[in-house]
Ligand binder design. Structure first.
Ligand code: ADP
Length: 248
């Protein structure tokens, strides 16, 4: 297995004007190529902090993060960060523009993604003309444009109703797998985590440590919505639920 990322003894303290909050006590996990990992845990335990640190938006207070040489991480921003005054194509090209990578080849890759994943006829439309699901696909394509190896997803479908979110989970999963990417997602939704992931990391309440790690035996060619129908789904759900329940 090709190890892309190792997080060792990650520790994070936030300093505010009159106090100090330890968000992460001691977080350890590894990520292998083509993993789809979900991180779950009680609200406020530090899940988003892990993604902020991995994407260099926040400094760590201790520990080590090692990424395999030459591999890139990108954070998928929520669909509500699409700029309303830029077309879908212009939104998807934004990251390339900002990083000076807007070559013909990269633009063609974005056009290929938009075409392959059902947005070709919307490229000159504005985000307001798209459904919630299409906006999510657009946000994902914008992130893929810079050709990252590891994608960080934060509550990717939290703003959507139940049925839409099941469909979008399938879409996002399908795109990530077809494009051969590795993903780390944080979510409070146990069902979403189980249905999409081959590994679920359960965090304790703050200050967080890794309380448990589950390897889920799904066929990676099947979609998350199909995993929800399997008998193992409720077994995994009950195990993770009881881990979280003990912490309340
Ligand atoms: P989660 O994603 O699990 O809900 P977060 O990573 O957002 O948790 O936050 C973990 C803890 O750190 C929370 O108690 C939160 O209030 C605190 N925290 C997050 N960001 C900051 C910040 N910039 N300054 C101070 N405290 C913060």
């Amino acid at each position: 297995m090709n190890k892309l990322l190792e997080v060792s003894h990650l520790h994070k303290k936030y300093h505010t004007l009159n106090n100090e909050i330890t968000a992460l006590e001691d977080i350890n996990f590894s990520v292998y190529e083509n993993d789809f990992i979900s991180i779950v845990g009680p609200s406020g335990c530090g899940k988003s902090t892990i993604l902020s640190i991995l994407s260099d938006l926040t400094d760590k207070s201790g520990g080590d993060i090692s990424i395999k040489k030459g591999y890139q991480i990108a954070y998928m921003l929520q669909d509500n960060s699409l700029l309303p005054f830029r077309t879908i194509l212009e939104n998807c090209l934004l990251g390339l523009e900002l990083t000076g990578q807007l070559t013909e080849e990269n633009k063609n890759y974005v056009l290929y993604l938009l075409k392959t994943y059902g947005l070709e006829s919307f490229i000159h439309q504005y985000p307001n003309n798209l459904s919630g699901g299409m906006k999510q696909r657009c946000a994902l394509i914008r992130t893929l444009a810079v050709k990252p190896d590891i994608l960080l997803l934060d509550e990717a479908t939290s703003a959507l109703d139940y049925q839409s979110s099941i469909k979008i989970n399938d879409d996002i999963y399908n795109i990530i797998k077809k494009e051969g990417k590795t993903a780390i997602m944080v979510t409070h939704d146990i069902s979403q985590a189980i249905s999409m992931s081959n590994r679920v990391i359960v965090l304790s309440k703050r200050p967080a440590v890794v309380k448990n790690e589950y390897i889920l035996e799904w066929d990676c060619n099947e979609l998350p919505s199909m995993n929800r129908e399997k008998s193992n789904f409720s077994k995994y759900y009950n195990q993770i639920w009881s881990d979280l329940d003990e912490q309340i």
